[in-house]
Design a protein around this ligand. Structure first.
Ligand code: HEM
Length: 475
């Protein structure tokens, strides 16, 4: 058996394992211009600006310390200036640079545009050719992506200017989108109103102190290429080691329509007001209350104290006595249960784990949108996740779990789980159902309207290690 070296945290980009603390984040998609040699030369100057895991972790630790100091003094902690940069290339980008070896991931190599129909994205078929309803930038293909995260638009814009100055005319910006943490009490919540970013796997060699519920840390090769337990270890060229695949999705969210649906379909439990019934339906769709409290631990009533406690808010596995066979506490198809079924699957799901980043984009719902129940301003999630094998991670979760009405399998025959109501996509809108939303009528199905989360594009990128950026990508 070959022994694989442990992860060198100064060599892995910081967004992957640590995440960059942020209030704002700009994602810039670019193409490399014809003078590739000039791009590679100028890239040498940009590599020192890319954040490493060691740096990102250091920033996280100092922010925590700063907040603790402020709390001890009874003052509000001032916002520290933070900025971090992530860089990835698509297969088209690798080709353009002249990197022709196979990276050992057919899903990456074909690109997301060719995967769109399989993912269930909406589109049209002309002469047998599927074209997704995507933003033009993603339909034409892009070579690379910069993600610049930070404490303010000003810090981010300054960093973008620095990158652009160094790259000069060697790239063309194709498209950009800026996201922000939502204001006030919605901080950390995605646009439907649910607290996000609670559950990510711990990774061996990095997370030395996993939180309850993170379970056994996944081995690093589940997220990083060429490291322990990378399923395609033997297929990786040396420059791919300690890189990771970044799946990006531009996901619009129809928030007023979602809210109207909840309003019109409150769960009719005795003792609940219509408002409480609607709030309960929302929680049953997601598998957590808006506060973040998991239904598996707080099945009937929100528990904001539990939600705010990192030692408890992720510590569940759907295996309360008989829970695996009932939807009493949490529907089988609730978003968090579909995308991480925990003990629903008896076999090990380590290879299905992904690390999620991303940020909401777009304005808050306006009073007129809320009143009409209709979206007029584009808003949603700039979704990104990391994994070492796209067919095991993002693609598998979307296609084989979220879009698969039979999953999780092995449940009572009269209870079809149905679609993941948040991200499940159906070729036939009439088929969109979810089971078990009413805990008192587990065999009833709820008809879901057309998707509230609409994919407007995306791409698969490879976020190389720092050493690969220096030696293989730049010259
Ligand atoms: C968890 C919302 C897209 C996979 C969550 C949570 C929320 C949420 C509120 C619970 C918070 C947490 O556990 O951290 C959304 C929304 C989406 C979206 C609004 C689209 C606009 C996706 C996509 C995927 C995905 C595209 C993957 C294909 C997951 C996973 C978890 C999660 C793996 C963690 C489940 C767990 O470990 O219990 N999401 N999500 N989500 N989501 Fe999503």
């Amino acid at each position: 058996m070959t022994t694989v070296p442990p992860v060198n945290l100064s060599n892995v980009q910081g967004d992957i394992l640590a995440g960059i603390p942020k209030k704002f984040e700009t994602t810039i998609f670019f193409n490399i211009n014809n003078d590739v040699a000039a791009f590679r030369k100028h890239l040498t100057q940009v590599v020192p600006l890319i954040t490493t895991t060691t740096q990102a972790k250091g920033t996280r630790d100092s922010i925590l310390q700063h907040k603790q100091n402020a709390a001890a003094q009874g003052v509000q902690a001032a916002l520290l200036p933070v900025v971090g940069v992530t860089l990835g290339f698509s297969q088209l980008g690798l080709k353009k640079i002249g990197i022709n070896d196979s990276i050992g991931d057919p899903v990456f190599e074909q690109g997301q545009l060719k995967d769109a129909q399989h993912l269930g994205d909406k589109g049209t078929i002309t002469n047998g050719q599927f074209t997704p309803d995507w933003l033009p930038a993603f339909k034409n293909g892009v070579h690379g992506v910069f993600v610049i995260a930070g404490d303010s638009i000003i810090t981010i814009e300054a960093k973008i200017a620095e990158i652009k100055l160094k790259l000069g005319l060697t790239i063309t910006e194709v498209f950009r989108s800026t996201g922000n943490v939502r204001p006030g009490p919605e901080k950390g919540h995605e646009h439907f109103g649910f607290l996000d970013g609670i559950s990510n796997p711990a990774v061996k060699d990095f997370d030395t102190n996993p939180l309850p519920g993170q379970g056994t840390p996944v081995r690093p090769g589940i997220i990083l290429l060429g490291r322990e337990a990378d399923p395609n270890l033997a297929a990786r060229p040396s420059w791919a080691v300690e890189g990771s695949f970044l799946a990006f999705r531009y996901l619009s969210q129809l928030v007023p329509e979602f809210d109207q649906f909840l309003k019109k379909n409150p769960i009719p439990l005795p003792g609940l007001t219509p408002e409480q019934g609607s709030e309960f339906l929302g929680a049953r769709l997601v598998g957590r209350w808006k506060s973040g409290a998991p239904l598996d631990l707080a099945p009937l009533k929100d528990d904001p104290i539990l939600a705010a406690d990192p030692q408890r808010n992720n510590d569940f596995d759907y295996s309360f006595p008989e829970d695996l066979q009932t939807q009493d506490r949490c529907p089988f198809a609730a978003h968090v249960r579909k995308t991480n079924p925990r003990n629903d699957l008896q076999n090990n799901t380590e290879t299905r784990r992904i690390i999620r980043r991303g940020i909401p984009f777009g304005p808050e719902v306006t009073p007129s949108e809320a009143q009409q129940g209709k979206t007029t301003h584009d808003r949603g999630l700039l979704f990104r996740c990391y994994q070492s094998v796209l067919a095991n991670g993002f693609q598998f979760i979307q296609v084989s779990w979220a879009n698969n009405t039979g999953f999780p399998f092995g449940k009572p025959a009269d209870q079809v789980p149905g679609f993941d109501p948040i991200i499940g996509q159906a070729a036939d809108p009439a088929s969109r159902i979810m089971g078990g939303t009413n805990p008192q009528n587990a065999t009833a199905n709820l008809g879901l309207p057309a998707e509230w989360v609409v994919s407007k594009g995306g791409e698969y990128f490879f976020a190389p290690s720092i050493s690969a950026l220096k030696t293989t990508f730049a010259t």
